[in-house]
Design a protein around this ligand. Structure first.
Ligand code: GTP
Length: 360
């Protein structure tokens, strides 16, 4: 691998995001907003910060959403190209489908992980070990929901186990973080034109053939944003400064809150950390934050309270309503004095009656 190598990445962005429904019925998972920025913008900023500027998006579902949100992403300092599957080809097949655009060693990322992993150190590790396929591993308390990866003391991959069942013994707490560094030559070996799983087929095959493959770990923030609770938690973490990122929310910082434009109503009604989009109205006696994200055009009625919550664009919150620990998609209407809490997720255009209580 030359010094200039590994400046390319493929992002897997073709999944349907079923766990994140109903949000993903309205918008593709790769571009759901995090602090009012499309999710993939965080990955692109991370890649750019580590010298990776040629990025290929392997996609198949709601591609127009992604194009509309990111275009070629020049504003993020990268060049984004789209390779579209007519049928979803799985995590391996999606990468294989884009292989003609790749050369040398490429980063491959699941398009749903928020991380501040040091990709430069990962690249050095790959190089120093003569690795041909390196997986970023993260330790988790309960690894059963993930792909477990066993390595020897030197980090060489020994075994790859996807989501073990409850009666199988757990042999490691290291999981596949969905970030890889792989020689494009190896990717070419995958069968073309059919669905292939990178986790279940590609890596086990490399291990079986004795191709030098390693697991790499380094302390970093990491979260799969693919479920509603994780999607919200990731934004709370960003607000709390737990994720190192150079991508800031839109607008200007004002007393711990990011304001995209002048708020209609007093900014005294906002307690940071918070992110407030364009053209938001906040009524008398209302309280926004701490930890609130309001998309553009939201209207918060008098005396309402929004805390630990994420509201997409155009949400209308009635007088005296209370929203905590929830996610509300575009143009939903929350009735006066309604109470919404505990991981409730409302679909776009949802209507909640006055005084209704959901999740409380
Ligand atoms: P769930 O349905 O909620 O599990 O989400 P998902 O469809 O995104 O699946 P999963 O989280 O397992 O996918 C991991 C990553 O691979 C995500 O970034 C997906 O967008 C991506 N992915 C999954 N299947 C495909 C596919 O067939 N083609 C491509 N290009 N990417 C895929």
């Amino acid at each position: 691998m030359s010094g200039a190598d590994a400046t390319q990445a493929v992002i897997l962005a073709g999944g349907q995001g079923t766990r994140l429904r109903p949000l993903t019925l309205a918008r593709a998972k790769p571009v759901v907003p995090l602090l009012n920025r499309p999710f993939l913008a965080y990955q692109l900023a991370l890649l750019r910060d580590h010298g990776v500027t040629d990025v290929i998006l392997a996609c198949s579902y709601r591609v127009d959403d992604v194009r509309e949100a990111l275009g070629h992403a020049e504003h993020l300092g990268v060049h984004l190209r789209y390779v579209i599957e007519t049928e979803p080809l799985g995590t391996g097949g999606g990468v294989r489908n884009a292989v003609d655009l790749m050369r040398g060693t490429v980063f491959v990322l699941n398009g749903d992980v928020l991380t501040d992993a040091d990709l430069t150190v990962m690249r050095r590790f790959h190089q120093a070990n003569g690795s041909r396929a390196t997986i970023f591993l993260v330790p988790v308390a309960d690894p059963r929901a993930y792909g477990l990866v066993e390595t020897d003391a030197a980090g060489r991959l020994l075994r790859f186990r996807e989501k073990p069942t409850a009666d199988e013994p757990i042999t490691t707490n290291m999981i596949n973080a969905g970030i890889y560094l792989i020689d494009a030559e190896l990717l070419r070996r995958m069968p073309a034109g059919r669905a292939v799983s990178i986790e279940r087929e590609f890596f086990p095959q490399l291990i079986a053939e004795g191709v030098p493959s390693f697991g790499f770990t380094t302390p970093a923030y990491w979260r799969d944003i693919g479920s509603p609770s994780a999607y919200r938690a990731a934004q709370m973490d960003l607000l709390d400064g737990r994720v190192r990122t150079t991508l800031m929310p839109p607008g200007e910082r004002h007393d711990g809150a990011w304001l995209e434009s002048a708020v209609c109503g007093s900014t005294d009604r906002i307690t940071g950390p918070a992110v407030v989009g364009d053209g938001v109205e906040i009524g008398r006696g209302a309280r926004v934050g701490p930890r609130a994200v309001l998309g553009s055009g939201c209207r918060i009625g008098a005396g309402a309270h929004v805390e630990n919550a994420v509201l997409w664009e155009g949400v209308c919150v009635g007088e005296g309503a209370r929203l905590t620990n929830c996610v509300v998609a575009t143009d939903a209407h929350i009735g006066a004095h309604a109470e919404i809490g505990a991981d409730v997720v409302l679909e776009p255009g949802a209507v909640v009656a006055d005084r209704a209580r959901l999740g409380v």
